[in-house]
Design a protein around this ligand. Structure first.
Ligand SMILES: Cc1cc2nc3c(=O)[nH]c(=O)nc-3n(C[C@H](O)[C@H](O)[C@H](O)COP(=O)(O)O)c2cc1C
Length: 199
């Protein structure tokens, strides 16, 4: 099989994160940036933005999200939520994935024929960037998961990290060392998913 397929196979959801990453923060940052740079986007608009946080800055993400959740999750049910926040904070870092809405608006103005499609295209681009980063991290032995605490913590995160007003938060990706293995993954039957003709 191809290297790409092997790398896609390696990418899994890892919740048991630690700080024992051998790749340096500089190398990890460069890897994340390059994965996003090389990801495709509608009309090559390069709408994806990312905030790459290590150490205490990453821990801040999860304490801010936890504080927002504490306001809406009943106190007696908060323990599992708090444990989850701790597990994300236990990693080496977090990537916050944003999409720049000014870029989306610019596309809508320049290509009115596709105006309604561009917000969706932007989200597709975000997904591509997320997969690229997740897979690139996995290839280096770094575990990660994809989280969606949005819009609940958008304002708090924007304030804490001085995020431009036009950046819309899409997802959070806590990453770190793999502190547990992965359960086998079930796949639905190919006949339900694929149609191939004419070969
Ligand atoms: C669009 C999308 C949204 C997801 N949202 C979440 C999420 O909010 N929290 C979470 O823990 N996992 C989330 N996941 C991870 C999936 O649950 C996970 O990828 C799936 O169960 C397959 O497992 P694997 O990642 O180990 O292959 C999301 C994945 C995708 C593609």
């Amino acid at each position: 099989m191809s290297h790409v397929i092997e790398q896609l196979r390696t990418r899994r959801t890892q919740y048991a994160l630690g700080k024992n990453v051998t790749l340096s923060a500089d190398e990890t940052e460069a890897l994340i940036k390059e994965a996003i740079r090389l990801s495709p986007s509608a009309f090559n608009s390069q709408s994806s933005r990312a905030v790459i946080l290590f150490g205490a800055e990453s821990e801040k993400v999860w304490s801010l999200i936890g504080a927002e959740l504490r306001q809406i999750v009943p106190a007696e049910a908060f323990a599992p939520t708090e444990a989850k926040m701790k597990s994300f904070a236990a990693g080496a870092g977090t990537v916050l994935f944003y999409e720049d809405q000014d870029t989306v608006k610019g596309l809508q103005e320049n290509f009115p024929l596709y105006a309604e499609a561009f917000p969706g295209f932007s989200q597709h681009s975000a997904g591509m960037a997320q997969l690229a980063v997740w897979t690139a991290l996995a290839e280096k032995g770094i575990g990660a998961s994809l989280q969606h605490y949005s819009p609940i913590a958008d304002a708090a995160l924007a304030k804490a990290f001085n995020i431009p007003a036009s950046w819309k938060l899409q997802a959070q990706m806590p990453f770190g060392s793999n502190e547990a293995g992965f359960a086998a993954k079930d796949f639905i039957d190919d006949s339900k998913r694929f149609v191939t003709l004419g070969k």
